[in-house]
Design a protein around this ligand. Structure first.
Ligand SMILES: C[S@@+](CC[C@H](N)C(=O)[O-])C[C@H]1O[C@@H](n2cnc3c(N)ncnc32)[C@H](O)[C@@H]1O
Length: 263
């Protein structure tokens, strides 16, 4: 495990040392072989598409994804001085949103070193200091009860078993702190639902392959959304990880939602 630290970083006091089997192979229990293999595959997948990740987000969502992240920022309404962890931060778009407009203490964490490289470039230009850490959701390199809020945008879908990841997140959240999940949930019915299903099955994999060069990544995306639970079941999972549900916000006709849980 290594720390990947933004040049202005000042918050190493929030970190705890976690030793992963190289390269970041420690995960969960060894009996969870599928989870370990999943996590490794997902890390490689994101490493391989990192150079095209932002472009594909803009193209495939017609630019609406930036609005979803802004909404996440408004929903949490963090106060100056509060500490935020953006987990599965990827190329750092959510973290950037929070750092641009609020005097918060922002930390980003992700398994993929390549995604973090792009986040670093993006955040370097900002005045607000931030910290980027390479680490895994199942064993976070942060001290207990550190953060006032944790955000995960389009990342929890990749973490299996989800409840185990959310229990670990619960550990690092301060009492009464919040976990906000921004995610595609599979329930879309009616004409809009069918259009969305057609788009995700036919357009996303093709355009994704052309732009990123990866056949697998953008076939995986719609499949992983289909395999994701509906909101009610997901809320139950959050409860079993120790959270109470604070709010649910549906965005863009329910294509994505924000679920906020409280410790
Ligand atoms: C779809 S990207 C989302 C990036 C960013 N949050 C956004 O809004 O664009 C998912 C990210 O989750 C990360 N990820 C997946 N599994 C993870 C895990 N177990 N621990 C930490 N990060 C993980 C991937 O490396 C990837 O960067």
């Amino acid at each position: 495990m290594y720390y990947f630290i933004h040049k202005n970083a000042i918050k190493t006091k929030y970190l705890r040392l976690v030793v992963y089997n190289a390269p970041l192979l420690y995960l969960i229990d060894m009996s969870e072989r599928n989870s370990i293999e999943d996590a490794r595959t997902i890390e490689y997948m994101f490493d391989s598409i990192a150079h095209r990740y932002d472009l594909l987000n803009r193209v495939l969502s017609f630019g609406i994804d930036t609005r979803w992240r802004k909404r996440l920022y408004r929903v949490l309404n963090l106060q100056p001085g509060q500490k935020l962890l953006d987990l599965a931060t990827g190329s750092g778009d959510i973290l950037k949103e929070f750092l641009r407009t609020n005097n918060i203490i922002g930390v980003g964490c992700d398994r993929s070193g390549q995604m973090l490289n792009f986040a670093r470039k993006k955040l370097n230009g900002l005045e607000m200091p931030s910290l980027l850490v390479r680490g895994d959701a199942f064993r976070l390199p942060f001290k207990t009860k550190t953060f006032d809020a944790v955000t995960i945008g389009f990342g929890i879908r990749n973490m299996r078993p989800r409840v185990e990841a959310m229990k670990e997140i619960h550990r690092i959240i301060a009492p009464a702190g919040r976990l906000a999940i921004l995610e595609f949930f599979p329930r879309q019915t009616g004409v809009r639902g069918n259009m969305y299903k057609w788009y995700s099955k036919n357009v996303i994999p093709r355009v994704g392959k052309i732009i990123s060069g990866s056949d697998f990544a953008y076939r995986y995306l719609p499949e992983s959304i289909r395999g994701f639970p509906e909101i009610e079941q997901f809320e139950d999972e959050m409860r079993s990880a120790g959270f109470t549900i604070d709010a649910v916000h549906q965005l863009t006709f329910g294509v994505v939602s924000i679920v906020v849980g409280r410790k």
